[in-house]
Design a protein around this ligand. Structure first.
Ligand SMILES: NC(=O)c1ccc[n+]([C@@H]2O[C@H](COP(=O)([O-])OP(=O)(O)OC[C@H]3O[C@@H](n4cnc5c(N)ncnc54)[C@H](O)[C@@H]3O)[C@@H](O)[C@H]2O)c1
Ligand SMILES: [Zn+2]
Length: 393
């Protein structure tokens, strides 16, 4: 046998900017981003945006075109913007990917040209997938417009669409060229989408950072009432923790362990069981509470800690038990699908305490059914845990 061994490492880097008024003429964030490699002259820029957003920001495309004309005249701005319906349905078939690929082909977008995608996590996932496969990779600038996409999905390296009724079945790991979070977009979110992304922040706080969890507790009422400053702080910290985690761990998920998927095995299954009527962030809130209840029933966390977690989600306005959860066997099937998606051995994140996750390789079905019953009971109870009563260990 003769073998040649190949090894190389490719460093990836991309900025995640936080700003407001992104398309105001005097905001340099976008023009600087486009010139980050000093080679923008002559490159093309194609814009992909969701229709929902244009209803709220009807002048957005005019502002963007003017911005490009004034600040980036050396770039070929493609005026044929692609407008898609936003939301999860965009990931549920290959239609949007095909349309974007066709436009990339027709407009002669090359590997060093830019696609700017403006919208929520769903359209960003779809555009990330399409731009990763066209020419084996086009520069994507993500401009996330929901809490969840600004603090979680938009800052990572994963891109995907759903297939065969399975979440994220088709996809790839491709870092973006840059991410630009403009906080102004958050003002028009409906309450469900304002709230939804907070669950991803609670997720990282619970597995990694007790003081972050406490700060979310302290700000819970303000967050529930749509106060912008604590939301900006939450997004910044959550995005930072996601970035640190991706860089320090297993960015392309070669192993079976996926700490950032705490609460997600049930969340993904519930999304598909509700035909995606439940939003990702809402499903993650339930998934976290379910795994926290299970952690409590296993004696890993105290009842006070479980109640603190449940109560925080309740204060924020989440519903934590839905009728589909009565179909416990169907839900538990989500464990198999999760294992299959990860490959290798089932690895699930549970809690050892608030701020510290622990991985396990199996879940007891009878205990899971009890955890579901606990959530149902608590959902119907009108209880409130005083935030300052909860001792984070
Ligand atoms: N790639 C990853 O690593 C990763 C991680 C987590 C989640 N995700 C994916 O992200 C998606 C969820 O993202 P999401 O929560 O942003 O949902 P979403 O993209 O479905 O958006 C939710 C709703 O908000 C609307 N919207 C977007 N911006 C708006 C604005 N500024 N004002 C008013 N309405 C606006 C959308 O049209 C949609 O109806 C899921 O598909 C999930 O699987 C991906
Ligand atoms: Zn998530």
């Amino acid at each position: 046998m003769r073998t040649l061994h190949q090894t190389f490492a490719v460093p990836f880097q991309f900025p995640v900017h936080f700003t407001s008024g992104l398309f105001k003429i005097d905001n340099p964030t976008l023009s600087d981003t486009l010139d980050a490699r000093g080679d923008r002259a002559g490159k093309k820029a194609l814009v992909v945006v969701e229709r929902q957003l244009l209803k709220h920001f009807p002048l957005l495309l005019n502002q963007l075109a003017l911005y490009m004309q004034v600040n980036v005249p050396d770039l070929q701005y493609i005026h044929k913007t692609i407008i898609f319906e936003g939301g999860e349905r965009i990931k549920n078939d290959t239609g949007a990917v095909q349309e974007l690929l066709k436009t990339i082909h027709e407009q002669g977008i090359d590997r060093q040209s830019f696609v700017l995608c403006i919208g929520g996590g769903a359209i960003l996932d779809m555009a990330g997938y399409a731009t990763s496969i066209a020419h084996r990779g086009i520069r994507l600038i993500r401009i996330p417009t929901t809490v969840l996409s600004q603090n979680d999905s938009g800052v990572g390296v994963k891109n995907s669409i759903n297939a065969f009724d399975k979440k994220n079945f088709l996809g790839c790991f491709t870092p973006p060229f840059a991410v630009i979070n403009d906080f102004d977009f958050l003002t028009t979110l409906d309450d469900r989408d304002w709230r939804g992304g907070i669950s991803e922040a609670i997720k990282v706080a619970l597995i990694k950072d007790a003081s972050f969890f406490e700060s979310i507790q302290r700000n819970a009422q303000d967050l529930a009432h749509r106060s912008m400053i604590p939301m900006q702080q939450l997004i910044h910290r959550c995005a930072e923790m996601h970035l640190q985690h991706i860089a320090s761990g297993d960015p392309f998920e070669m192993g079976s362990s996926r700490p950032l998927d705490f609460g997600h095995w049930a969340a993904h299954k519930l999304e598909s069981m509700t035909s995606y009527q439940l939003r990702h962030g809402e499903a993650v809130a339930i998934g976290i509470c379910l795994d926290a209840a299970y952690s409590f029933l296993q004696g890993r966390i105290t009842s006070k800690e479980f109640e603190a977690i449940f109560s925080l989600f309740r204060t924020l306005g989440f519903t934590l038990f839905i009728p589909e959860m009565k179909r416990s066997q169907d839900l538990i099937e989500g464990l198999n699908e999760f294992r299959e998606h990860l490959g290798g051995r089932l690895t699930i994140m549970l809690l050892d305490r608030i701020g510290k996750g622990v991985e396990v390789n199996e879940m007891d079905q009878a205990l899971l059914v009890q955890a579901l019953q606990l959530l149902e009971k608590y959902q119907h109870q009108d209880f409130q845990v005083e935030c300052n009563e909860v001792a984070v260990r």
